[in-house]
Design a protein around this ligand. Structure first.
Ligand SMILES: CC(C)(COP(=O)(O)OP(=O)(O)OC[C@H]1O[C@@H](n2cnc3c(N)ncnc32)[C@H](O)[C@@H]1OP(=O)(O)O)[C@@H](O)C(=O)NCCC(=O)NCCS
Length: 132
């Protein structure tokens, strides 16, 4: 099956809520992704197989030169086929085309091979404060 990738592709809230719930192991929420993405993102990348959403990454930004990758997601049924690597490559290309100079990400230890080796991010110091 050919996977179709799209920058700022059409999305329904339900399909992304289901993908997010599977990826981050929580119950299916009722988030309004469409509004959130339209109002706060530089863009996002979708991957579809025969219409089914099989990959997503969100790219937020500072309105200038910094873009940030969030919520890279591929369902377990489609993992280890290079889909997420391609999603991130498109996110990087489109961020560059939009004038960004840096693409950031942070992640848990077990994803080092994915972000560093497969996607080509270089290690840096980053920080996080839990606000709730
Ligand atoms: C992380 C995730 C997006 C990867 O999607 P994917 O399409 O399977 O990734 P790719 O096929 O492009 O992976 C390329 C390589 O990265 C590494 N990799 C991918 N997923 C990995 C994981 N979960 N743990 C460790 N290494 C991983 C592997 O080396 C892989 O090569 P291989 O398939 O030959 O083993 C997917 O596992 C996922 O949705 N996980 C749950 C949600 C999540 O944690 N997202 C990241 C938020 S920061």
């Amino acid at each position: 099956m050919t996977t179709a990738y799209e920058w700022r592709g059409e999305l329904a809230n339900d399909e992304l809520n289901i993908l997010h719930a599977e990826g981050f192991e929580h119950r299916v929420l009722d988030d309004d992704w469409c509004t959130q993405l339209r109002e706060h993102s530089l863009g996002w990348v979708t991957a579809r197989d025969d219409g089914r959403l099989v990959g997503f990454v969100n790219v937020i930004w500072d309105g200038a030169v910094h873009a940030f990758v969030l919520d890279t997601l591929v369902p377990s049924s489609h993992q280890h086929n290079g889909i997420a690597t391609k999603l991130v490559r498109i996110a990087a290309d489109e961020s560059r085309a939009a004038g960004c100079e840096w693409l950031h990400v942070d992640f848990e230890d077990h994803l080092r091979a994915f972000y560093f080796d497969a996607c080509g991010f270089t290690p840096t110091n980053a920080g996080l404060i839990a606000l709730r």
